[in-house]
Ligand binder design. Structure first.
Ligand code: HEM
Length: 228
């Protein structure tokens, strides 16, 4: 219960839910990268594997992700209000930390990511944006099986400059959010000190950069017709 009422407890919950979502982002990127052909059948086979999982697993996974996102956002808003009210930030181990553009704008980059994720789900999961290219309407034969054409949907989407710019811009925002978020996790849990902090900061930025490059590669290579 103290986890929910104390400032440090809420920060710990934010850190754990945040890292769980980073883990999801890494796994989702690995899945998306199947578009480059490392998996036989590419992204259509990957999507088909996902959709063939038992319904309780899919529903449980989605509800878990939604719960994590809600906890992270709720406490994020509370902590921002508290911090702006002048209360000092509490970490498990105190250490001197320089404010950066990313650290000072977490609430804004987080809000932009929420807007992007809503757009993204309407686009590729519920397929109500550009319904003419919806994957379910474009079934393709893969090794004798009829599977939704996720590849066709993604390629059609990113041949549009505007859509590609939205995704590339959102990935830049994701980079900013994670470049502070990853290192903040270690500090919140007290796994950092002034000696290792510079290393953790660099490693966090590198992971965020790798995610940015990996995600941005899909829309950009499609727009530039490197991938078609
Ligand atoms: C260029 C970047 C991205 C591409 C091409 C992409 C592609 C896709 C596709 C094709 C789906 C639908 C999968 C299916 O149901 O068959 C999907 C679902 C999803 N994406 Fe992305 N994605 C991108 C970036 C992101 C980012 C940055 C996040 C958040 C960290 C994200 C979060 C999600 C979520 C939560 C779902 C729903 C998963 C579910 O159905 O349970 N995506 N994405």
């Amino acid at each position: 219960m103290q986890l929910l009422t104390s400032s440090i407890g809420r920060k710990i919950l934010m850190a754990i839910t945040g890292q769980a979502m980073v883990l999801f982002a890494v796994i989702h990127l690995l899945g998306n990268s199947s578009i480059f052909g490392w998996l036989p059948g590419g992204i259509n086979a990957y999507a088909h594997h996902l959709h063939s999982m038992p319904a309780p697993v899919i529903i449980g996974f989605r509800l878990g992700l939604l719960l994590f996102a809600c906890v992270h956002i709720w406490f994020g808003i509370q902590l921002t209000i508290e911090n702006r009210g002048g209360r000092p930030q509490q970490y498990a181990v105190k250490s001197v930390q320089k404010a950066s553009f990313a650290s000072e704008n977490m609430i804004w980059t987080g809000s932009l990511l929420v807007a992007f994720i809503i757009y993204h789900l309407l686009h590729f999961t519920f397929q109500v944006i550009s319904p003419e290219t919806a994957a379910v309407k474009n079934m393709v034969d893969l090794h004798g099986a009829n599977v939704p054409n996720v590849l066709g949907m993604v390629v059609a989407a990113f041949q549009n400059l505007f859509v590609t710019l939205i995704y590339a811009g959102a990935m830049l925002v994701l980079f900013l959010h994670l470049s502070h978020g990853i290192q903040s996790f270690f500090q919140t849990l007290g796994w950092s000190n002034d000696r290792v902090q510079p290393f953790i900061t660099k490693a966090g930025t590198l992971v965020a950069l790798a995610l940015f490059l990996g995600y941005a590669a899909v829309p950009l290579t499609i727009l530039l017709r490197i991938l078609n």
